[in-house]
Ligand binder design. Structure first.
Ligand SMILES: [Zn+2]
Length: 355
């Protein structure tokens, strides 16, 4: 159903029509045509504006509503679903809360009519199936918003855990950088304050490359620590004109351990996507559209292959399906049948048809 957000805040219920005076003395059920002297006790009362011109009663009699209910109960296998379906048909307010009230009350009425009479209680006055749809739509939006909020909270928590004091924090005299105790714990002691800041910067960079909500295991954390260290020392060595090949090789090995080497990406088990799964992804997300009727089988090749190859094969293998049927139909056109001479043409029994 294409609903716009405009509907969200306002009701979708139509307005009431201007009433005329009701002077009828007999009433007919629109379904079974049975005639009744009065509507009360014979037709279910309704809150819907669609039935206001009918005295506020459904145009279908109690018996028919019961029959429909029994039908839906058998078809859907569930009483609540059956009542909801009856409500949908007759623009009656559906709310599981009312259905729950029903379970407690004992009544001689049929379950569906007991439900309908509850919808006519003061509390639910003026409510119709439009209200049900509006409420269900609002609930859906609410649930979606809750999921969204949860995701955002997770993302915020992740960002907070990453972006720790990368900006240097100075002491009171603004001379020395103060390093957070946790940061020293993480990287180990013995670095200059500037080095800690640089290391944290590298770590945050790498963590920001992972999808939201990723938690590294201790082994990965250890490797990442080494990667950050090496990157910085490579930069320092390069600036100082020292050889860096060994460190670069070591860094490559570390990338390999973290599955961060480009060549590895294709092969790891997590990233490996079998061909069929890939196709399924395309088909689920962006399926190839059905061809236009005119272009479906332009040269009849599909028909030919299905009939003369697949159909013939199925027929040979004794499989009865639409293809073997296609083959039989097609071959039937080229088959001459021996004419049958029936001598007993004259004594055809009554009721029999002569072809
Ligand atoms: Zn009826």
């Amino acid at each position: 159903m294409a609903r716009t957000s405009k509907i969200q805040s306002t009701s979708t219920k139509p307005k009431q029509a201007a009433p005329l005076k009701d002077e009828r003395t007999e009433f007919y059920c629109c379904r079974c045509q049975k005639q009744y002297k009065r509507q009360k006790a014979n037709f279910p009362a309704s809150q819907s504006t669609l039935y206001k011109g009918n005295g506020g009663y459904l145009a279908i009699c109690n018996n028919c509503v019961d029959e429909l209910f029994e039908h839906y109960k058998a078809a859907l296998g569930n009483e609540a679903d059956a009542i909801r379906r009856v409500c949908l048909k007759f623009d009656i307010y559906w709310n599981p809360e009312i259905y729950q009230m029903l379970n407690k009350a004992s009544t001689s009425q049929s379950r569906v009519r007991a439900y309908i009479s509850k919808t006519n209680l003061y509390k639910y006055i003026g409510k119709t199936f439009d209200d049900t749809l509006d409420e269900e739509y609002a609930q859906k939006l609410e649930a979606e918003a809750a999921v969204q909020a949860e995701l955002e909270a997770a993302e915020r928590a992740r960002e907070e855990s990453i972006i720790k004091s990368v900006e240097p924090v100075y002491d009171d005299e603004e001379k020395e950088i103060v390093v957070d105790e946790n940061i020293i714990q993480y990287w180990g002691t013995g670095f200059t304050p500037e080095m800690y800041i640089e290391l944290e910067g590298r770590r945050n960079y790498w963590l920001s490359q992972y999808p939201p909500g990723t938690v590294l295991n201790p082994g990965e954390e250890g490797i990442l620590r080494q990667i950050c260290n090496l990157e910085i020392s490579i930069n320092q060595d390069r600036a100082a004109g020292k050889p860096i090949e060994k460190s670069v090789n070591a860094l490559n090995t570390l990338f390999g351990s973290m599955n961060m080497k480009p060549s590895q990406k294709k092969e790891t088990e997590e990233n490996y996507v079998p061909f069929g799964v890939e196709i399924a992804r395309f088909e689920d997300g962006d399926p190839i559209p059905e061809p236009d009727e005119d272009f479906k089988d332009v040269d009849g090749m599909r028909h030919n292959i299905l009939t003369w190859f697949l159909g013939s094969l199925c027929k040979t293998a004794g499989i009865k399906n639409e293809y073997s049927q296609m083959f039989e139909d097609e071959i039937g056109q080229y088959t001459v049948e021996r004419p049958k001479y029936d001598d007993s043409d004259d004594d055809v029994e009554e009721g029999e048809t002569v072809v």
